[in-house]
Design a protein. Structure first.
Length: 142
């Protein structure tokens, strides 16, 4: 007896159910992430823009703008920002970063106090050389 299963032959209701299931899971994950961001405290730190990157989605229709911020203790945090924010700032710029977990709130360029020093003599490190993520107890807090 020969038994085979054709994996490429599914009925339309099964395909529709699978798509609906995937959409529900994606929405649930997005909502959970938003709740975690909403529950996190708003933090304000001295930061330097260490890197900027523009990432095209696989469908070549949408894009994500990311900025990597570095704190004086060398910790880093990459945040998604909208296009206007991405274009407004340049690598190496220093100022006050306000964020809530993984949500960018604002960046205000301003002169650093004399007491605030960044690693590597103030030059932004290449993204590949940046150390650990921003921690809860990093230096450079306002």
């Amino acid at each position: 007896m020969h038994f085979s299963i054709n994996l490429f032959h599914f009925s339309p209701p099964v395909i529709v159910a699978a798509i609906v299931f995937l959409v529900v899971i994606a929405v649930k994950n997005r909502n959970a992430e938003k709740k975690r961001d909403d529950a996190a405290p708003v933090q304000s730190v001295w930061a330097r823009i260490a890197a900027k990157r523009f990432v095209m989605a696989q469908n070549d229709v949408s894009a994500v703008n990311c900025i990597t911020f570095e704190a004086p203790d060398g910790s880093v945090l990459e945040l998604e920002v909208d296009a206007a924010v991405y274009e407004a700032f340049r690598e190496g710029e220093c100022g006050e970063l306000v964020y809530q977990r993984r949500r960018f709130l604002s960046f205000t360029p301003r002169p650093l106090p004399d007491a605030v020093q960044f690693p590597q003599g103030g030059a932004a490190a290449p993204a590949a050389e940046l150390p650990q993520q921003f921690g809860q107890n990093q230096t450079g807090q306002f």
